[in-house]
Unconditional design. Structure first.
Length: 316
């Protein structure tokens, strides 16, 4: 039987002794079945060969728990119908340039795997290096620490610090309601406690009677820091899929967020508190100069694993 607008199915009768079994095959379902080679080879239109294979293997492992041994044994071609259809959909999304992390719904971040989706920035390994720096600095310093992550996005910084620093009370702010929802999911996923709040740091005027006065030992941020003019050198899949509000600042005000956060930090940090930033290497020196003008007399800049000036620590 076929409904209106649907293709007729092919029926085949197979006689086994005295019984007749009716096997029904859908041509549409047959198109969803593919081998490992049929999955990764079309991806070479957007990735080089090695990367296409790596992307395919990572997706199969993360989404379907299929490892390389399973691949060799032909597990990809033996996926159940729903999983086979899902794999085909993932392939099509990749071929349209969607980042593999959005396709999988997760991103690796150090030893953690975080939920990500369109609407939050995909965590980068350089940001995990910043988390490691903070952890190394404060892990054994105090019995109790209050940490604020401004512009938390997926919650990668806040959740990682909450997991690594047992004595930390971590708060996290973001303007995006969608990002906060994803960050809360990641806190639950990692089993950590983080206090999330919807805050626009650009309109966060300091109130002398605020409970935030001198209350934080650490303020950290990976704010938007890419000028629009830099978009010409960026990957197409980043520009078309990752959120503009998490990436860009005006060409004529590259330090927009750094300045606002520094103003807040001058009042909100405790006496020996520290401010940590992820940097745009192009403006590392400008950021350091701005912080000195605001009273941060000590400043340290570190390079990331790629040799770029990517992280900053400032204190008074």
């Amino acid at each position: 039987m076929s409904g209106k607008g649907k293709k007729k199915k092919q029926n085949r009768q197979i006689n086994f002794g005295f019984s007749i079994i009716i096997c029904t095959f859908s041509p549409q379902f047959a198109k969803t079945i593919m081998t490992y080679e049929q999955f990764w080879q079309p991806l070479t239109s957007i990735y080089d060969t090695g990367e296409a294979r790596a992307v395919a293997r990572w997706l199969l492992e993360v989404v379907f728990s299929i490892n390389m041994t399973d691949i060799v044994c032909g597990a990809v071609g033996q996926l159940p119908p729903n999983d086979a259809a899902k794999l085909l959909d993932m392939q099509q999304r990749l071929l349209k340039g969607e980042p593999v992390q959005y396709v999988a719904g997760v991103a690796d971040f150090g030893p953690h795997q975080l939920h990500v989706a369109p609407g939050v920035l995909i965590p980068r390994p350089e940001t995990y290096e910043l988390c490691q720096w903070i952890t190394d600095d404060v892990l054994h310093d105090r019995q109790s620490l209050h940490i604020l992550d401004i512009g938390t996005g997926s919650g990668c910084i806040a959740c990682t610090l909450a997991a690594a620093i047992f004595q930390a009370h971590v708060s996290a702010w973001d303007l995006s309601e969608k990002a906060l929802g994803i960050a809360q999911q990641n806190a639950q996923r990692m089993g950590v406690e983080v206090t999330f709040e919807q805050v626009d740091i650009l309109s966060k005027a300091y109130d002398p009677s605020s409970t935030h006065s001198g209350s934080f030992d650490v303020i950290v941020s990976n704010p938007p820091y890419i000028c629009r003019k830099e978009a010409l050198t960026m990957e197409k899949n980043v520009l078309e899929h990752e959120p503009d509000m998490a990436l860009f600042v005006p060409d004529d005000d590259a330090l927009l967020f750094y300045r606002a956060i520094a103003d807040f930090a001058t009042k909100a940090l405790c006496e020996q508190g520290c401010l940590y930033f992820e940097l745009n290497p192009i403006y590392a020196t400008d950021t350091q100069t701005m912080l000195a003008e605001k009273g941060f007399t000590h400043c340290e800049i570190r390079e990331d694993q790629f040799g770029k000036q990517r992280m900053l620590k400032a204190w008074r």
